[in-house]
Design a protein around this ligand. Structure first.
Ligand code: NJP
Length: 243
C-alpha cells in the first residue's frame, strides 16, 4: 500500500511546501484549504513533480462540518499535518480586537483539535499514524503585540503535548514543528494585505523558507516507528529568541 498523507492549509506557504516534501518521500496526498483554485494548482504540481496521486478538497478548519466532510471516506491515513492557521493583527493587549482573537483561537486551536478528532480513527488504522502540528516559536515565548497569537499558539502546544500523552501505548506518534519567521503569505494575512507592514516584520533578519520547515516535517515523519520526534523548533539564525 502506498502511504497516504493529509496536509491542511496546503494552498500556500509551509503547507504547499510540505505537500511537495511528502510527495518526494513517496506519499500520496490529500490536501485541504479554502482557496480551492490555488489548492488545485498545488495538487497538480505535486503529482507532476513526484509521480504520486494527489487530491485537493475544500476545507475550512473553523467549520466542524467542513472538517468532517474533508475526512470522510479516508479510512486509513498514515500522516496528518495540521498546518492550517495564522495570525491577525499586532495590537497591544489593552487594545485587542475580539473578532481577531476569536478567529485565531478557532483556526489555530479548535482547528487542530477538529482535525485530530476527525482523523484519529484513520491514523490508528494505519498501524503507525503520525500527527504533525505546526505550532510556532510564538507557542513558546511572547512579544509585544503578539498577545493573541502567542496565546493561541501556546494553547496549540498544550493540545499537542496533551494528545501525545493521551495516545501513549497507541500506534500514533505526535510531533510538534515550531517555526520562527518564515517567508510565506503569513504576514500579508496578518496585516490584511498591507505589504509594507508585512515586510517590516523581518527587520534585517533573513527569514526561513517554507522548504526549510517542510524538510523538517518530512524528516520527522520518516523516522523509524519507535522514534517520536516530539518537537522541533526552527528559526532564522538572527531571530531574537529564547529558544
Ligand atoms: O502561512 P500561509 P504559513 N481553513 O498564510 C490555510 C504557522 N507559522 O505557511 O484557506 C483551512 O502561506 C491557508 O489556506 P486558505 C502559521 O501559524 C508561520 O506561514 O486557502 N485552511 C494557507 O494554506 C500556520 O499555522 C510562521 O487561505 C486555512 C495556510 O493555512 C502555519 O505556520 C511563523 C484556514 C496558511 O498559509 C502555516 O502558515 C510561525 C482555515 N480556516 C508559525 N485558515 C511564519 N510564516 O512566519 C488558513 O511561527 N488556512
Amino acid at each position: 500500500r502506498t502511504p497516504l498523507a493529509v496536509v491542511t492549509g496546503a494552498s500556500s506557504g509551509i503547507g504547499a511546501a510540505t505537500a511537495h516534501a511528502l510527495g518526494a518521500a513517496g506519499f500520496d496526498l490529500v490536501l485541504g484549504a479554502r482557496r480551492v483554485e490555488q489548492l488545485d494548482e498545488v495538487a497538480a504540481a505535486v503529482a507532476e513533480a513526484h509521480g504520486v496521486s494527489t487530491q485537493a478538497r475544500r476545507l475550512d478548519v473553523t467549520d466542524t462540518a467542513s472538517v468532517e466532510e474533508f475526512a470522510a471516506g479516508l479510512d486509513t491515513v498514515d500522516v496528518v499535518v495540521a498546518n492550517a492557521g495564522g495570525a491577525l493583527g499586532l495590537d497591544p493587549v489593552a487594545e485587542f480586537d475580539e473578532e481577531q482573537w476569536r478567529w485565531m483561537y478557532d483556526a489555530n486551536v479548535l482547528g487542530v483539535a477538529r482535525t485530530v478528532r476527525a482523523f484519529l480513527p484513520a491514523l490508528r488504522s494505519s498501524g503507525d499514524g503520525r500527527v504533525v502540528v505546526v505550532t510556532s516559536i510564538a507557542g513558546h515565548q511572547t512579544y509585544p503585540g503578539g498577545g493573541g497569537y502567542t496565546a493561541v499558539k501556546h494553547a496549540a502546544v498544550a493540545v499537542t503535548d496533551t494528545l501525545r500523552v493521551e495516545l501513549l501505548g497507541e500506534p500514533v506518534r505526535v510531533i510538534e514543528v515550531a517555526p520562527g519567521m518564515v517567508e510565506t503569505d503569513f504576514s500579508k494575512v496578518r496585516f490584511s494585505g498591507d505589504e509594507e507592514r508585512a515586510s517590516a516584520v523581518y527587520q534585517g533578519v533573513t527569514p526561513l523558507t517554507a522548504d526549510d520547515i517542510a524538510e523538517a516535517v518530512a524528516w520527522a515523519v520518516t523516522r523509524p516507528s519507535h522514534v517520536t520526534v516530539a518537537s522541533i523548533t526552527l528559526q532564522p539564525r538572527d531571530q531574537a529568541s529564547a529558544r
